[in-house]
Design a protein around this ligand. Structure first.
Ligand code: PGA
Length: 222
Protein backbone atom coordinates (compact mmCIF):
# COMPACT_ATOMS: atom_id res chain seq x y z
CA UNK A 1 0.00 0.00 0.00
CA UNK A 2 1.31 3.43 -0.95
CA UNK A 3 1.82 6.26 1.53
CA UNK A 4 0.63 9.76 0.63
CA UNK A 5 1.96 12.59 2.76
CA UNK A 6 0.16 15.96 2.63
CA UNK A 7 2.46 18.87 3.43
CA UNK A 8 0.22 21.89 3.97
CA UNK A 9 3.26 24.12 4.63
CA UNK A 10 2.26 27.52 6.13
CA UNK A 11 -1.13 27.47 4.44
CA UNK A 12 -4.72 27.60 5.68
CA UNK A 13 -6.63 29.45 8.35
CA UNK A 14 -8.38 27.50 11.08
CA UNK A 15 -11.70 27.65 9.15
CA UNK A 16 -10.06 26.53 5.89
CA UNK A 17 -8.26 23.64 7.59
CA UNK A 18 -11.45 22.58 9.37
CA UNK A 19 -13.31 22.58 6.08
CA UNK A 20 -10.58 20.46 4.41
CA UNK A 21 -10.71 17.98 7.29
CA UNK A 22 -14.51 17.76 7.33
CA UNK A 23 -14.60 17.03 3.62
CA UNK A 24 -11.67 14.59 3.62
CA UNK A 25 -13.08 12.51 6.46
CA UNK A 26 -16.51 12.41 4.80
CA UNK A 27 -15.07 10.59 1.75
CA UNK A 28 -14.97 6.77 1.70
CA UNK A 29 -11.47 5.68 2.74
CA UNK A 30 -9.08 4.88 -0.12
CA UNK A 31 -6.65 1.92 0.10
CA UNK A 32 -3.64 4.18 0.82
CA UNK A 33 -1.93 5.27 4.01
CA UNK A 34 -2.26 9.05 4.42
CA UNK A 35 -0.12 11.20 6.68
CA UNK A 36 -1.64 14.67 6.96
CA UNK A 37 0.88 17.31 8.06
CA UNK A 38 -0.79 20.64 8.83
CA UNK A 39 0.67 23.67 10.50
CA UNK A 40 1.08 22.47 14.13
CA UNK A 41 -1.42 25.06 15.33
CA UNK A 42 -4.16 23.08 13.56
CA UNK A 43 -3.35 19.67 15.07
CA UNK A 44 -6.29 19.82 17.48
CA UNK A 45 -8.76 20.06 14.57
CA UNK A 46 -8.30 16.43 13.48
CA UNK A 47 -10.89 13.86 14.57
CA UNK A 48 -9.55 11.72 17.41
CA UNK A 49 -11.06 8.53 16.05
CA UNK A 50 -9.25 7.74 12.85
CA UNK A 51 -8.36 4.47 11.19
CA UNK A 52 -4.84 3.01 11.24
CA UNK A 53 -4.31 4.42 7.73
CA UNK A 54 -5.31 8.00 8.58
CA UNK A 55 -2.26 9.48 10.29
CA UNK A 56 -1.27 12.97 11.35
CA UNK A 57 2.21 14.49 11.28
CA UNK A 58 4.03 17.78 11.79
CA UNK A 59 6.34 19.68 9.44
CA UNK A 60 9.22 20.18 11.85
CA UNK A 61 10.28 19.67 15.47
CA UNK A 62 12.75 21.47 17.68
CA UNK A 63 16.33 20.17 17.77
CA UNK A 64 16.08 20.56 21.56
CA UNK A 65 14.16 18.57 24.15
CA UNK A 66 11.17 20.06 26.00
CA UNK A 67 12.27 22.92 28.22
CA UNK A 68 13.32 26.56 28.14
CA UNK A 69 13.39 27.12 24.36
CA UNK A 70 10.86 29.89 23.70
CA UNK A 71 8.85 29.51 20.51
CA UNK A 72 10.02 25.99 19.70
CA UNK A 73 7.79 22.92 19.50
CA UNK A 74 9.65 19.99 21.01
CA UNK A 75 8.80 16.48 19.84
CA UNK A 76 7.82 15.74 23.44
CA UNK A 77 5.23 18.56 23.38
CA UNK A 78 3.30 16.64 20.71
CA UNK A 79 2.25 13.80 23.03
CA UNK A 80 -1.54 13.58 23.16
CA UNK A 81 -2.08 15.07 19.70
CA UNK A 82 -1.90 11.73 17.92
CA UNK A 83 1.17 12.74 15.92
CA UNK A 84 2.94 9.74 14.39
CA UNK A 85 5.33 11.38 11.89
CA UNK A 86 7.43 14.53 11.46
CA UNK A 87 8.77 15.94 8.20
CA UNK A 88 12.37 16.85 8.94
CA UNK A 89 14.90 18.77 6.85
CA UNK A 90 12.58 19.98 4.10
CA UNK A 91 14.53 22.08 1.60
CA UNK A 92 12.42 25.11 2.56
CA UNK A 93 13.61 24.70 6.16
CA UNK A 94 17.20 24.35 4.99
CA UNK A 95 16.89 27.42 2.73
CA UNK A 96 14.77 29.88 4.71
CA UNK A 97 15.70 28.85 8.26
CA UNK A 98 19.31 27.88 7.63
CA UNK A 99 18.97 24.34 8.95
CA UNK A 100 22.18 22.34 8.88
CA UNK A 101 22.65 18.59 8.59
CA UNK A 102 23.77 18.53 12.23
CA UNK A 103 20.63 20.30 13.39
CA UNK A 104 18.53 17.96 11.27
CA UNK A 105 20.24 14.96 12.86
CA UNK A 106 19.30 16.35 16.29
CA UNK A 107 15.69 16.79 15.19
CA UNK A 108 15.63 13.19 14.01
CA UNK A 109 16.98 12.04 17.35
CA UNK A 110 14.43 14.10 19.29
CA UNK A 111 11.58 12.75 17.15
CA UNK A 112 12.64 9.14 17.60
CA UNK A 113 12.99 9.64 21.37
CA UNK A 114 9.35 10.78 21.34
CA UNK A 115 8.39 7.77 19.17
CA UNK A 116 7.59 9.99 16.20
CA UNK A 117 8.79 8.63 12.85
CA UNK A 118 10.85 11.20 10.92
CA UNK A 119 10.25 11.74 7.22
CA UNK A 120 13.67 13.02 6.20
CA UNK A 121 13.84 15.08 3.00
CA UNK A 122 17.02 14.77 0.94
CA UNK A 123 18.31 15.92 -2.43
CA UNK A 124 20.04 13.79 -5.06
CA UNK A 125 23.62 15.04 -4.91
CA UNK A 126 23.82 15.29 -1.13
CA UNK A 127 22.51 11.87 -0.08
CA UNK A 128 25.74 10.85 1.61
CA UNK A 129 26.45 14.19 3.30
CA UNK A 130 22.85 14.43 4.48
CA UNK A 131 23.13 10.96 6.02
CA UNK A 132 26.51 11.38 7.69
CA UNK A 133 25.41 12.99 10.95
CA UNK A 134 22.66 10.39 11.48
CA UNK A 135 23.69 7.16 13.24
CA UNK A 136 23.02 3.96 11.24
CA UNK A 137 20.66 2.68 13.93
CA UNK A 138 18.51 5.80 13.40
CA UNK A 139 18.75 5.87 9.61
CA UNK A 140 16.92 2.57 9.33
CA UNK A 141 13.98 3.90 11.35
CA UNK A 142 13.27 6.73 8.88
CA UNK A 143 11.08 7.33 5.90
CA UNK A 144 13.30 9.15 3.42
CA UNK A 145 11.84 11.45 0.77
CA UNK A 146 13.78 12.37 -2.36
CA UNK A 147 12.76 15.95 -3.10
CA UNK A 148 14.55 17.59 -6.05
CA UNK A 149 14.48 21.35 -5.39
CA UNK A 150 13.83 22.10 -9.07
CA UNK A 151 10.62 20.05 -8.90
CA UNK A 152 9.11 21.58 -5.78
CA UNK A 153 6.13 23.77 -6.64
CA UNK A 154 7.15 24.02 -10.30
CA UNK A 155 4.68 21.63 -11.93
CA UNK A 156 7.55 19.49 -13.27
CA UNK A 157 8.21 16.14 -11.64
CA UNK A 158 11.60 14.49 -11.99
CA UNK A 159 11.83 11.71 -14.60
CA UNK A 160 10.86 8.21 -13.56
CA UNK A 161 14.39 6.94 -14.29
CA UNK A 162 15.98 9.57 -12.08
CA UNK A 163 13.49 8.95 -9.26
CA UNK A 164 14.03 5.17 -9.36
CA UNK A 165 17.83 5.53 -9.44
CA UNK A 166 17.88 8.07 -6.60
CA UNK A 167 15.57 6.02 -4.39
CA UNK A 168 17.88 3.03 -4.85
CA UNK A 169 20.85 5.13 -3.72
CA UNK A 170 18.81 6.27 -0.72
CA UNK A 171 18.05 2.63 0.14
CA UNK A 172 21.76 1.78 -0.10
CA UNK A 173 22.81 4.62 2.22
CA UNK A 174 19.93 4.73 4.73
CA UNK A 175 18.24 1.31 4.62
CA UNK A 176 15.06 3.23 5.51
CA UNK A 177 11.56 1.94 6.24
CA UNK A 178 10.23 3.58 3.09
CA UNK A 179 11.46 5.66 0.15
CA UNK A 180 9.19 8.45 -0.97
CA UNK A 181 9.25 10.91 -3.88
CA UNK A 182 8.13 14.54 -3.61
CA UNK A 183 8.02 17.41 -6.11
CA UNK A 184 4.97 18.52 -8.15
CA UNK A 185 3.07 15.28 -7.61
CA UNK A 186 -0.58 15.79 -8.61
CA UNK A 187 -3.49 13.76 -9.98
CA UNK A 188 -2.09 14.45 -13.48
CA UNK A 189 1.31 12.88 -12.71
CA UNK A 190 1.80 9.89 -14.99
CA UNK A 191 0.59 6.56 -13.69
CA UNK A 192 4.02 5.06 -14.48
CA UNK A 193 5.31 7.22 -11.61
CA UNK A 194 2.22 7.00 -9.36
CA UNK A 195 2.02 3.22 -9.66
CA UNK A 196 5.73 2.38 -9.80
CA UNK A 197 6.49 -0.43 -7.39
CA UNK A 198 9.85 0.89 -6.24
CA UNK A 199 8.31 4.14 -5.00
CA UNK A 200 6.67 3.58 -1.61
CA UNK A 201 4.78 6.85 -1.59
CA UNK A 202 4.65 10.57 -2.32
CA UNK A 203 5.12 13.83 -0.45
CA UNK A 204 2.57 16.27 -1.81
CA UNK A 205 2.52 20.05 -1.36
CA UNK A 206 0.41 22.18 -3.74
CA UNK A 207 -1.95 19.39 -4.82
CA UNK A 208 -2.76 18.60 -1.17
CA UNK A 209 -4.21 22.06 -0.54
CA UNK A 210 -7.31 21.21 -2.57
CA UNK A 211 -9.09 18.34 -0.82
CA UNK A 212 -10.67 17.05 -4.04
CA UNK A 213 -7.29 16.92 -5.78
CA UNK A 214 -5.74 15.12 -2.82
CA UNK A 215 -8.57 12.63 -2.73
CA UNK A 216 -8.23 12.04 -6.46
CA UNK A 217 -4.51 11.43 -5.94
CA UNK A 218 -5.41 8.80 -3.32
CA UNK A 219 -7.36 7.01 -6.04
CA UNK A 220 -4.56 7.55 -8.57
CA UNK A 221 -1.95 5.73 -6.50
CA UNK A 222 -4.12 2.89 -5.26
P1 PGA B 1 4.89 20.43 -4.31
O1 PGA B 1 5.66 20.44 -2.89
O2 PGA B 1 4.02 19.21 -4.33
O3 PGA B 1 4.08 21.72 -4.28
O4 PGA B 1 5.92 20.43 -5.36
C1 PGA B 1 6.25 19.27 -2.44
C2 PGA B 1 7.05 19.54 -1.18
O5 PGA B 1 7.54 20.66 -0.99
O6 PGA B 1 7.17 18.64 -0.34
Amino acid sequence: MKTLIANFKSNKTKAEMQDWINRFFSFPEAPVEVILCPSSIHLGLFPEHRTARQLVGVQDVSPYPAGAYTGAIAAGNLAGYGVTHAIIGHSERRKHFGETNLEIARKIHESLEAEIIPILCVTKDEIVSQAEAIPLSERERLLVAYEPIESIGTGHTDSLASIVETLQRIRDVFRPQKTIYGGSVSPTTTSEILKNESIDGFLVGSAALDVDKFRSLCDGVS
